[in-house]
Design a protein around this ligand. Structure first.
Ligand code: UD1
Length: 420
């Protein structure tokens, strides 16, 4: 397994470009199952999860042509199987996103039931309850979700008990081809849900209210092909901003969208960063100062994102003062804390909160990545630590961060990949 070797203590400085959003690209790729026409998706990030989604579509018979400019043309017309196998679902939980479109368009889907993962149990009960309400016949047997429908799904009034991002996306896609109107209440308001709605609309879907907690979808009989460019990745953007703030540096991130990062930018300002924004760029300057510790609580958008919690924990580890970080979305998202303690961080987990007393610096150590965003936080910890840190199991990071060591090198970091 590859590792990353980091020599920390260098303030990061420079400019980088942000890739397309993974969490937007994945549902958009799944939505191509809703039409037999070709859908051209561009601004895809270069990530393992994107390759896994292409592999998943490919194993069902869907044809994809990967173009030069981070684009792919996907045509589901030759589809032969309606089965998302466990081998792929276990490497990427977002595979569940093929369930709604396959069921709505082809009347059947067998998708391996995703198991728990490092950050929590992550059930998909709300996806299934909603699709059942739309008339689907669903059984879970032998580790598989077996779903079918005679004719078309029926529009329904659905109240989501919890805000679920992929749950909202699955139902929105299924409802696009259902007979009648579907109303999703307590829908996720994440920008990636909005991006998917825009893509579906470009395919001919009738959707209103995306970005609010009530989404209304008037099902149509047929969707058609389209061209769609994926929005920028707000989590990648935030991760680089935090890495630079923690190392007391200066950065300009380009090809991003500041308007979807308000909660994160406001915490960075509280930490002492000077921030300027334009239409598609953000600059951050710490003026060489040590960051101030911040306190925050994660919650669904537009509140502070759980996918940025671990990175802020790393920033607090070397900040002035103390901060508390409370995680309300996933039940076990503090695995990175124990690794940071091995690097000399002063942190304590109590229930769903971690209390951090900032230290002047951390000490390099061998650490192990446990999930995608935890890996990013350990890299940040390595970048601020004295001496050498090696981050093991970095396959997690390659799932969600495009060319991370190259981008960090551009900012002056001493980081290299040690192939296994
Ligand atoms: C998505 C994101 C992930 C992010 C998360 C929360 C993608 C591909 N992934 O994951 O990066 O961290 O949103 O912003 O977009 N839940 C249930 N039953 C369900 C569905 C969810 O109990 O049927 C619970 C989950 O266990 C979790 C909470 O609801 O505690 C939110 O999860 P959800 O929004 O569904 O996360 P994902 O869509 O899997």
């Amino acid at each position: 397994m590859d590792k990353l070797e980091i020599h920390g203590g260098i303030p990061l400085t420079g400019e980088i470009r942000i890739a397309g959003a993974k969490n937007s690209a994945l549902p958009i790729m799944a939505s191509t199952l809703l039409t037999k026409d070709t859908v051209k998706v561009s601004n895809l990030p270069h990530l393992y999860d994107i390759t896994t989604m292409l592999e998943l579509l490919g194993c069902m018979g869907v044809e994809s042509i990967v173009g030069e400019k981070l684009g792919v043309e996907i045509c589901s017309e030759p589809i032969k199987h309606f089965n998302a196998p466990y081998e792929l679902v276990k490497t990427m939980r977002a595979s569940i996103l093929v369930l709604g479109p396959m069921l709505a368009h082809y009347g059947q889907a067998q998708v391996a039931l995703p198991g728990g993962c490092a950050i929590g149990s992550r059930p998909v009960n709300l996806h299934l309850t909603a699709l059942k309400k739309m008339g689907a016949d669903i059984v879970v047997e032998n580790g598989y979700i077996e779903a079918k429908i005679n004719g078309r799904l029926k529009g329904a009034h659905i109240f989501m008990d919890l805000v679920t991002v992929t749950g909202t996306e699955n139902v929105m896609m299924a409802a696009s081809l259902a007979d009648g109107v579907t109303i999703i209440e307590n829908a996720a308001r994440e920008p990636e849900v909005v991006d998917l709605a825009r893509c579906l609309r470009a395919m001919g879907a009738e959707i209103k209210g995306e970005g609010s907690d009530t989404i209304t979808i008037n099902g149509v009989k047929r969707l058609h092909g389209c061209e769609y460019s994926v929005m920028p990745d707000r989590i990648e953007t935030g991760t680089y901003l935090i890495a630079v703030a923690a190392t007391r540096g200066k950065i300009k991130v380009k090809d991003t969208r500041p308007s979807i990062l308000e909660a994160v930018l406001s915490k960075l300002e509280e930490a002492g960063a000077q921030i300027e924004i334009g239409e598609d760029w953000i600059s951050l300057d710490m003026k060489g100062k040590r960051p101030q510790a911040v306190s925050l609580t994660t919650a669904p958008y537009p509140a502070f994102p759980t996918d940025m919690q671990a990175q802020f924990t790393a920033l607090n580890a070397v900040a002035e003062g103390s901060g508390t970080i409370t995680e309300t979305v996933f039940e076990n998202r503090f695995m990175h804390v124990h690794e940071m303690i091995r690097m000399g961080a002063d942190m304590k987990v109590e229930g769903n909160t971690v209390m951090v007393n900032g230290k002047q610096s951390l000490k390099g150590a061998p650490v192990m990545a446990t999930d995608l965003r935890a890996s990013a936080s350990l890299i940040i910890a390595g970048l601020v630590a004295e001496s050498q840190t090696t981050v093991d199991r970095i396959y997690h990071i390659d799932r969600g961060y495009e060319c991370i060591e190259e981008k960090l090198q551009l900012l002056g970091a001493k980081i290299k990949r040690l192939p296994s």
